[in-house]
Write a protein that binds this ligand. Sequence first.
Ligand SMILES: [Zn+2]
Length: 154
Amino acid sequence: MALKVFDLVCEHGHIFEGWFRSHEDYDSQQQAGWLSCPVCDSVDVTKKLSAPRLNLRHGLGSSQSESNTQSAASEPLPSLETMQAEFLQQIKQAIKNTDDVGAEFAQEARKIHEGSAPERAIRGSATYEEYESLRDEGIQVLAIPDYLDEDKMN
Ligand SMILES: [Zn+2]
């Protein structure tokens, strides 16, 4: 399935990316108020035209053949704000695809690492000591601020 990537901007000027099946899909999501800014959660979001974008997923190739009027060096880099917004959006997306194990996080992460629990992405809470010892054991964990877990905000 081909997805369209649009640069969106909220009423406060935060710029972020949205993925849609079509322009109609964007319109209906926008009208339904499903689009919200990953930085300030405003639903007053509009499409930003031709914003600079750093597409890390597809590498840095292919720009030579497309830019015959401009040299690649004159293309502006995305602002730090844009990159932060994209990063936050990806983290939020990743969080949605994890299993919330709550306070059992450290035990569950260890079980998965040892192979005694099913392999999956989990999230939950851990103390700083638990976090440190998981990392010492070679278990991949990432500390994220609580406010990024949308389930906890309800
Ligand atoms: Zn915003």
